[in-house]
Design a protein around this ligand. Structure first.
Ligand SMILES: Cc1cc2nc3c(=O)[nH]c(=O)nc-3n(C[C@H](O)[C@H](O)[C@H](O)COP(=O)(O)OP(=O)(O)OC[C@H]3O[C@@H](n4cnc5c(N)ncnc54)[C@H](O)[C@@H]3O)c2cc1C
Length: 341
């Protein structure tokens, strides 16, 4: 099984031969005969409430799931205000109010439960149009129900003609299983940009980024953008926690970015079950690990970005609160000391 070590460096030419051609022209791009497996069929109802729906009660109307009451403004207009990014879109394929079907152009497994999905933009010259720090919504009709979930692409807008998602497959997870079984050439609906975070080189002198597992995706896009930009002087300290060494996503890419960053990026890998001879952190993320890497001068010196499983974010927020950080509202806002994705 390929691991993250098999993936190309972020700015190296792609070796993914399946990403740029029409799937029908490639003998290796055979459609999966069963896009919807019976394993998720019993989960159709009730769909668990998802954070996506907590912030905008009109979202179901805008998605056409319930009719808008007569006399009320077009829900799509409200959606544009509530879900639209805090900056103008960078010009690209994305629209914050309209889902566009985009085709799966390539897929590669990165770990036992996580894969990289490459979605083709309509033209080779197209850019996605996603500000750094923001994410997209994916939607699909799965066994008769409209399912919408958020994902953070790992590619930059400078990568034209496609964008990449790294998605962990959950047993019985609706969207992640749908993607896992999506054949090359199959489509999923995409809308965006979304989110309250907008990274610019002027945002902070120093960022402490704390990620767990697939929570690396928003951090990775920020790090990639900052490390590859010679005009960006932001210092970045990443604490990246995983269960075992095989679970570390994008490790080659992250190590490559460390080299490219001219000393601005340092990474502390933390493993719950380290292999013999492991020299990184062991166990869970601790207060000491954070303290050693926090921006000098506390909250005034820089921000903390956080993305990972609920247990990890709770412990990290508690430790930071003890160290004088203001624990953020939910959802986090750009001006918060700690931004939780
Ligand atoms: C801003 C943002 C960005 C994100 N970016 C990424 C990203 O880049 N990559 C990524 O992998 N994820 C990302 N996520 C998480 C993603 O949005 C989904 O939540 C995730 O993929 C799971 O969705 P799902 O439909 O597969 O699972 P769901 O169907 O939502 O299920 C989630 C879990 O609940 C369990 N479950 C489902 N139904 C039931 C039931 N009836 N009874 C009991 N258990 C049940 C499933 O087994 C699974 O473990 C992001 C989330 C946010 C908010």
């Amino acid at each position: 099984m390929p691991t993250s070590k098999d993936t190309p460096a972020p700015d190296a030419p792609s070796k993914d031969t399946h990403s740029k051609h029409a799937p029908s022209t490639c003998k290796d791009c055979k459609p999966n005969p069963s896009p919807n497996t019976p394993s998720i069929a019993h989960l159709v109802a009730p769909l668990p409430t998802h954070p996506e729906f907590e912030h905008d009660p009109l979202l179901p109307q805008a998605l056409g799931e319930v009719p808008a009451p007569a006399g009320q403004p077009d829900p799509a207009l409200r959606l544009r205000r509530t879900l639209a990014p805090i900056v103008e879109p960078a010009g690209g394929v994305l629209d914050p109010t309209v889902f566009r079907p985009l085709k799966l152009a390539g897929k590669s497994r990165l770990s036992h439960d996580t894969a990289r999905y490459r979605l083709a933009l309509p033209r080779d010259t197209d850019t996605l149009g996603l500000p750094i720090g923001q994410h997209v919504s994916l939607a699909a009709t799965i066994d008769g129900r409209r399912v919408v979930r958020s994902y953070t692409p790992t590619s930059l807008d400078s990568e034209r003609g496609y964008f990449d998602l790294i998605v962990k497959t959950y047993h019985h997870g609706l969207m992640s299983s749908y993607l896992d079984h999506l054949p090359i050439g199959g489509s999923v609906d995409v809308r965006g940009p979304k989110g309250q975070f907008n990274y610019t080189p002027a945002l902070a002198r120093h960022l402490l980024l704390v990620a767990g597992g697939s929570g690396i995706t928003p951090m990775y896009r920020i790090i990639k953008s900052a490390a590859l930009d010679p005009g960006d002087n932001t210092r970045m300290s990443l604490v990246f926690a995983n269960v075992s060494e095989e679970d570390i996503l994008l490790r080659n890419e992250l190590d490559h970015l460390t080299t490219k960053s001219n000393g601005r990026l340092t990474i502390h890998y933390v493993l719950e079950h380290p292999p013999p001879g492991w020299t990184g952190g062991v166990g869970y993320v601790t207060r000491e690990m954070l303290e050693e890497r926090l921006p000098t001068g506390g909250p005034a010196g820089g921000k903390v970005l956080l993305c990972g499983p609920p247990g990890m974010t709770k412990v990290v927020k508690g430790a930071l609160k003890d160290m004088g950080y203001y624990v953020p509202r939910r959802p986090s806002m750009l001006e918060d000391d700690i931004f939780v994705f």
